[in-house]
Design a protein around this ligand. Structure first.
Ligand SMILES: [Zn+2]
Ligand SMILES: [Zn+2]
Length: 425
């Protein structure tokens, strides 16, 4: 059987994977600055006999393994880390610092800050390289083409689109299907799939309100942006509560308001920053329209001298798993992993992976890989303290156990690929 013959090389792959993972973990790199990681990935892919393209969309790496006639499967891993201090206490914890990404205009001014793989992307890279090794060694058992995409800058939401805008479509054949995975805080050894919307779409919006500044004692000569911003913030609470169907899930948060400097100075502008999470394009568009409508109307009600400015940033697309594709993946996982394959809860987190399949107009599936020590997880469940005691992605204490996380993530990529390319499929 194709699966058992390709996976028979896992013992050999597992030996270098753990070292490779610990090295990546100790050398995390911020979004758009993944040079060292990309270099190691590209060198390893070349050693494994893959055709390699470097510097796609900045630091992106694309591997191609053409193996006769058959479908084209795209596998994607993200490579970037986060500007945060690691507090896992692991012997291979990160102690490095890096410059905030200068290409991100919303980032703090470039300063050295701690960097850590707090989202587990180092595990994604390690698993995809392991799968690349297994598929290269086991090429007698499958036919078609595998494309391995090592993407920069997932955390800033613009790495996948950067690869597309660069030259991705001109260096790979049109894929038929795309897969990606993420380590998540459930027990290692388990794997979880979900049909339909799995991760939310996210949008951040910066709104600049233009008032008329003046002396705090002479409000009649001003348009006060503080009062205006307050009205807007209250009115925005009705977008979800009064305008969105109770059957829809959506979140709208005003996370920041910046306005004024002194008690007796009326400022001439205010800046609000909003974050929005939605699970359908329809709701997303409707909520964005409602925000604009309310803000413009409140500005008119206050007699602002100018219309407000709207700027969208940190936008993440919806991750909406294709039903047929996901059912085929889930069936293959159930066959192989048995009871350890289950359903993924809908996540409020967001991802830019779907920019890749959307650019090629192809179906995709994105699944979760458990990464928490099963014993720790069991203890937390028994004491009713999962939320308090199990560190989630982006927590300074987030520490995936290397095994069986790495095995499951590697096997999952191979199994999904062979469900399309295996000669016995
Ligand atoms: Zn993340
Ligand atoms: Zn992530």
């Amino acid at each position: 059987m194709a699966q058992s013959s390709v996976l028979s090389g896992l013992d050999r792959v597992r030996e270098w994977q753990a070292d490779f993972y610990r090295d990546l973990h100790q050398h995390p790199e911020l979004s758009h600055a993944e040079q060292r990681t990309a270099g190691k990935v590209a060198d390893r892919l070349a050693d494994l006999g893959w055709q390699v393209h470097r510097n796609v969309g900045g630091t992106g790496v694309v591997g191609l393994l053409a193996n006769g006639d058959g479908p084209v499967v795209l596998l994607r891993a993200d490579m970037d880390a986060l500007p945060m201090r690691e507090e896992t206490g692991l012997p291979y914890a990160s102690t490095v610092t890096g410059d905030a990404d200068s290409s991100d205009e919303n980032a703090e001014p470039a300063t050295e800050q701690p960097v850590a793989h707090g989202c587990g992307h180092d595990m994604h890279v390690t698993c995809l390289l392991g799968a690349a090794a297994l598929l290269a060694d086991g090429r007698d058992s499958w036919a078609g083409t595998v494309v391995a995409v090592f993407q920069p800058a997932e955390e800033t939401g613009d790495g996948a689109s950067a690869m597309i805008e660069d030259r991705l479509a001109s260096i790979i054949p049109q894929p038929d299907v795309a897969f990606a995975q993420h380590v998540l805080p459930f027990p290692a050894g388990q794997i979880a799939t979900r049909t339909g919307p799995a991760l939310s779409a996210a949008d951040s919006m910066r709104i600049t309100l233009h008032g008329r500044g003046g002396h705090g004692s002479m409000p009649q000569a001003t348009v006060d942006p503080v009062v205006l911003a307050a009205m807007i913030i209250v009115r925005l609470q009705t977008v979800i509560s009064r305008e969105t169907s109770p059957a829809e899930t959506a979140v709208l948060t005003v996370g920041s308001i910046q306005d004024g400097t002194k008690s007796n100075v009326i400022a001439d502008q205010a800046v609000l920053q909003l974050n929005l999470r939605t699970y359908s394009e329809r709701t997303r568009a409707k909520v964005l329209d409602a925000i604009r409508r309310i803000v413009i109307a409140e500005c008119q009600a206050s007699d602002c001298p100018r219309d407000p400015d709207f700027e969208l940033f940190d936008r993440f697309p919806l991750t909406d798993n294709d039903a047929e594709t996901t059912e085929r993946v889930a069936a293959a996982f159930a066959d192989f992993f048995g009871d350890s394959a289950g359903d993924l809860d809908q996540q409020t987190a967001s991802e830019d992976f779907s920019d890749l399949p959307d650019a090629f107009d192809i179906p995709y599936s994105y699944w979760g890989v458990g990464c928490i020590d099963p014993e720790d997880y069991r203890t937390a469940v028994q004491s009713g303290r999962v939320d308090q005691d199990i560190p989630v992605n982006h927590s300074p204490s987030f520490a995936p156990v290397i095994q069986p996380t790495c095995d499951v993530g590697t096997q999952a990529l191979v199994i999904a690929t062979l469900a399309w390319l295996g000669t016995d499929r």
